[in-house]
Write a protein that binds this ligand. Sequence first.
Ligand SMILES: [Zn+2]
Length: 322
Amino acid sequence: MDFKQIIGHEKQIEALKNSIRNKSISHCYLFEGEKGLGKKNLALAFSKTLLCKEGQAEPCNICNQCIKFDTYNHPDFKLLSPEKGIIKKEEVEKLIKSMATAPFEGKRKVFVIDDCDMMRSESHNALLKTLEEPPEYVNIILITSSSSKLLPTILSRCQIIKFYPLSIPKIIELLIKDYGVDEAKAKFIAGFTKGSVENSIELAKSKSFFDKREEVIRVIDSLIKGDKTKVFTSINFFNENKEDIDEILDIIIYWFRDLIIYKEVGTTSLLINEDKLHMLSEESFMDLNKINDIIYRVEDTKINIKRNVNFSLSIETMLLSI
Ligand SMILES: [Zn+2]
């Protein structure tokens, strides 16, 4: 892991590098921003840089510290992540205890807590105590997508670095250049993930995502054109893809959102499904109120499924509304 492998976030990277150059490294950083922006990778790259023997603003990648870091073998580095949505109290205690002893190898010990808002409240308090008087050699990087769940007293002791989604053109460029995705698909992915680099890359690599999208669009198209038997013949598809239902329902929402844009503006770069223009045009006879109503129903279906309402019944009711 290296700064060079991080996509975007140039300003944030520069700020971190400057803190090394100016010898103004904080004891605690809070990386804040939506999921999937690459905060954890940047935390790893920064940790490695802090531990590198050379002490420069970039890791040298060849010293034994860098090699130990890359092989997950560095005794002065620890990454804590939640398991099943929770960071165990004991794990945080262990981490804090390890902060009390001097580094084994170099001058620093670096600790990263991913999704730190998933700590229990007693852990927040324990961590706060450490942050009030951190040992000289300790650097902590906290990562969160919702800083509102952290104690204000913790926030006030951290240097906060905010992360923002990448611009859509930047993601499109990345997917085409580095992942060999064609332009139409890249455009769809970038719009669909709203600028999340990690999710975009995941979709670009996924073999099944575009097959699912094709099937969903086929189902919607048949329903719009009056073939109501599709409600029942397609239910297997939805059942088989229960695990990805959020993604599938988003595909439906984006489809109807595009239909509204197409009706109001016509062909425009705002369309996410620009590669399916002919279908959008054929379906544009639909009434705007009806389209809005469908979008609400799909949103409701999302909520109902999360609340464990009967899955097949929810999907059927939703499809019948189209
Ligand atoms: Zn090094």
